[in-house]
Each structure stands twice: as C-alpha cells, then as structure tokens.
Design a protein around this ligand. Structure first.
Ligand code: AMP
Length: 504
C-alpha cells in the first residue's frame, strides 16, 4: 500500500514525499480513508505507531476547502500535555508547509493575550490542552460552534490526568454533527463509556494489542537498596556502563525526585536536562530541544511531562523509580525501540517495588530479566558529600519511597493540575551551562576503555568499549562468551557472571 492510494490531496502527498516516508504505517493505512470519508474513528494505537500523521494528513486534505472565521476554529485537537500539543503543531507545520492554514496552540504557560489575538484572526486548526481551552471559552474569546472535526488524542492519558469531565464539557460545546476522531492506547471502562456517548457509529481501527512492549527493546531490572542515594549511585554506574548509550531518558515518579536526580547527575559531571511539571513552558521546550538535538544526551523526566513525546532514536530508558501504574511502564519504555530500532530499558528496583514490578510483568505478559552480578552500592567519598543534602531532601519529602500512597497521589495530582495550567509555580531550569559540559558517560567510557582487561573474542566484540566498574572481570566471563546467540544488544552488566551471595 502506498500513500497515493489513500485519497490524500496532491499537496499533502507532496509534503509526505518531502519527509521521505514511502509507505503508510498500519494505523495510517486503516484510519486515513475513514477520516476522508468523514466517519468517526476510534483508533486504538500507542504513540510511536504514526498515529499523529493518521489524523493530521487527512485533516490537511479536508481543510484545503473552506475558510476560518474569527474566534470560530474549524477543527479542534485535544491533547493531554503541552508537549504533545506542541508536537502535533510541528506535524501541521511540517506536512502543511504548502498550505496557508492558521494553526493555533492553546496551552498553559503562554500568555492569554497572544493566544487571543491568534483566535481573533481565525483559526483552521486549534490544538489545545483541555484546561486552557475551557479558560478561553469561559472568557468568551472562543466559540466552538464552528468545529467540524474534533480529535481527542491520548484519551486514556486524559483519564489518568483527570481530564474526562473537561472532555465531556468540551464535547457538549462543539456541534453534535461534527466528525470525531478518538485515539487511545487502552480501553478502560471509563473510556468505553465516553466513546459510546460521544462517537457516532465509529470505525474501529486497532493496530497493536494495548500494553505491549516493542520486541526490539531489551528490558532488565537491577536490584537496589531503598535509599535514594543508593539508587542515584547505582544510576551513575549504569549510565557509565551502558553499552552503546547515545542518549537516555531517566524517569522518576515525582517531580521533586526529577529535580534531585537532575542536580545530582549535574554535580557528578553528566550532561543532563530535566523535564517536569514545575518548569515553565519555555524551560521545558528548551530542555526538550537540547535533548532532541543531542546537546544534552540525558534527560530526567516525570511521566506527565514526557508522555508521548516523539524523540526519535532514544537508545536507553532508565526507570530511576519503578512506576506505580503499570501502563506508565509501557509508555516509558515506548520512548526507546521506536520504529523498529533497538533500545534498552533498565529499571532500578528496590524491595518496595516488588508489587509494582509484578503488576508490570503481568500487564506486558512477560518477565523482565534480572541483571545478575554485584550491584550493591558501597559508600564513596562523593556519597559522603552528597548524603547530607539527600537527608535534607528526605526530611522535606518525609518517607521518600515509603511515603504513603495518598501523599504520592496528591503530588501526582498536583502535577496533573499543573499540566492543566492550574498550578503555576515555575522553577528555574538551568540548562544553558549543562550543554557545555562534556558527557561524563562518554568521557568515562573512553577513559576506562584504555585500561580494560581483555577477554575472549566474543566478549571483546560485545563489551570491549564498556568500562568495568572497578574490579577485574572474573574468568567465568568465558562461559558467557561461549553461549549461543548474539549478545551485542545486551547492556554490559547483563553479561556479567552470577555471583554467589558469599562472594567470589
Ligand atoms: P507518532 O506515533 O505519531 O508519535 O509517530 C511516531 C514516529 O513515526 C514519528 O517520528 C513520525 O515522524 C514517524 N512516522 C509517522 N508516519 C510515518 C511513516 N509513514 N513512515 C515512517 N515514519 C513515520
């Protein structure tokens, strides 16, 4: 199947050709003809499947006819986060370059005045987060009665973020006769109810089983002590040892943890950015941009800030914290191994995370291999200097990982509210100096490569550039060398021998 068989306009086909895409992805192939036939669509697809273009390309074709009126957008796209909204806008900019369409973004953290002026000029495509959109309608600056096509993207994420009441309100503000395109990765009962209420005879297109993880992603879990400083030291070791690490996203459960891990990695010389809900919009965009361009190879992020981000070629994902919600795991590791590429996802697992890990393994239908070897973290001089700050952090967030669920949920919901533009405490992100720092991961890697002992040819092929973590490789490495199969995709530590509890 080629794009030219889908019914897209000449202009849109030219834009697609210019991007270099030769064939539509399955979701595009299935959804685009229905959208062009003006049918409602229920798309069950995760990010990474090409679902954005599955609605952007036919919308561009449809929008070639007709004109926008002041304050009355012709189409409306709802996204759960600002970053996703900005990404969809980038898609319109890319594929709609040959068309004179007005595309406006209504997201929190940007001045109302500028947004209002844009709405006044007439908008063909309005891309919005629900909170900010409702703010504009309540101020009277926006009428949704001209919306011909409504897209609700990442609906299950909207549910997680508490946006469903807002979505229901918005659905009642747009004309009953509009066309609706609804995308979700999973179909929990609440989402099913919404689709039954607001979609008319939808065409269902499903491209992959919900909650599956890409086969190209090598997953591993590494045991850790429950203290955050132990986890941070382990993280540094994993970063230094990681094989073929080009760039990595490091996920934390709470934005406070994001800030702590970010600062700690910076202090240890890593070139790292941060992305969480307390950062203002320009700081988030700047961090993302630097990460995309490779100026910052590491990004510490929270789920809300990172959901659905289209960052091609992320080689590694680290779960500094195991997510409390199993589906977040799927979304996190979906940042790597995109579009058939290989990737590595490593989770740092404390004794308190066992229940969450069991839920994740049940959801994805596979067990995640445990990394074997010596991963006990021993205090070092740098730890000693780091710990007092850590203790201060623990005093503030009393309990840390042991914090009662209610407290964690409160914080999560604060971040969710923030994503809706309801909380506006912006904290400074200090990225500009980071970009000039050399990446410690690469630096250390090169430094250690020179002194690394040589092993069997296979090990050399697979791990020769991976630094050891301070002690000579034992002879048993050869057992690994002679195992059948290619280990070249595995991180070095998975190739380390199993140690008996008594030690070697
Ligand atoms: P999405 O699921 O919309 O986040 O898209 C995931 C990635 O796939 C993005 O980097 C797109 O640019 C890319 N993509 C979208 N459509 C195609 C296609 N037909 N062929 C190859 N890559 C695509």
């Amino acid at each position: 199947m080629s794009f030219s068989n889908l019914g897209l306009s000449e202009k849109v086909l030219a834009a697609v050709a210019a991007t270099g895409y030769t064939n539509p992805t399955p979701i595009q192939e299935q959804a685009i003809p229905h959208v062009l036939a003006r049918k409602d669509v229920l798309g069950i697809a995760q990010t990474g499947t090409g679902k954005t273009a599955a609605f952007v390309l036919p919308m561009l074709t449809i929008l070639e006819k007709g004109r926008a009126r002041a304050r009355m957008p012709r189409t409306l796209i709802l996204e759960p986060t600002r970053e996703l909204a900005a990404q969809v806008k980038e898609n319109f900019d890319r594929y709609g370059a040959g068309q004179k369409l007005n595309v406006a973004l209504l997201i929190g953290g940007v001045s109302f005045g500028d947004q209002d002026a844009k709405l006044m000029r007439g908008v063909d495509v309005l891309i919005a987060t629900p909170g900010r959109l409702l703010d504009h309608t309540e101020r009277g600056g926006l009428l949704l009665t001209g919306v011909e096509l409504l897209v609700i993207d990442e609906a299950d994420r909207m549910l997680d973020m508490g946006f469903i009441p807002d979505i229901e309100r918005i659905c009642k503000l747009v004309p009953f006769t509009r066309q609706t395109l609804f995308f979700t990765a999973t179909m929990p009962p609440e989402i099913r109810r919404i689709t039954e209420a607001f979609l008319h005879n939808p065409q269902k297109v499903e491209v992959s089983k919900p909650a599956t993880t890409a086969v190209t992603v090598t997953q591993a879990q590494v045991p850790a002590g429950r203290e955050a400083h132990e986890k941070r030291e382990l993280l540094r070791r994993l970063l230094r040892e990681a094989k073929d690490l080009k760039n990595a996203i490091i996920f934390c459960n709470r934005k406070r943890e994001v800030a702590i891990v970010h600062k700690s990695l910076q202090k240890h010389g890593f070139s790292v950015g941060a992305l969480h809900g307390d950062m203002d919009q320009p700081a988030r965009m700047a961090a993302l941009d630097q990460f995309r361009k490779g100026e910052l190879p590491l990004l510490v992020a929270s789920d809300v800030a990172a959901r659905g981000l289209d960052i091609p070629e992320v080689s590694h994902v680290f779960n500094f914290d195991v997510p409390h919600h199993a589906d977040d795991y799927v979304h996190r590791i979906g940042r790597t191994g995109r579009a058939g590429r290989t990737g590595t996802a490593i989770s740092i697992v404390t004794p308190l995370d066992q229940k969450s890990m069991a839920a994740i393994e049940k959801l994805i239908g596979q067990s995640i291999p445990r990394a074997e070897g010596d991963y006990e973290v021993h205090a070092t001089a740098s730890d000693a200097t780091e710990r007092p700050r850590e203790q201060r952090g623990r005093e503030r967030s009393r309990g840390g990982r042991g914090k009662p669920q209610r407290g964690r949920d409160r914080e999560r919901s604060h971040e969710l509210r923030e994503a809706r533009g309801e909380a506006r405490h912006a904290s400074e992100a200090r990225h500009s100096s980071d970009a000039r720092q050399p990446s410690e991961a690469r630096h250390r890697s090169e430094e250690k490569r020179a002194s690394e002992p040589r092993h069997g040819a296979r090990a050399q092929a697979n791990t020769s550039h991976v630094p050891s973590i301070g002690r000579p490789e034992p002879r048993r490495q050869r057992e690994v060398d002679t195992e059948p199969g290619d280990h070249s995709h595995l991180p070095a530590f998975l190739l380390r021998p199993v140690r008996s509890p008594a030690g070697a």
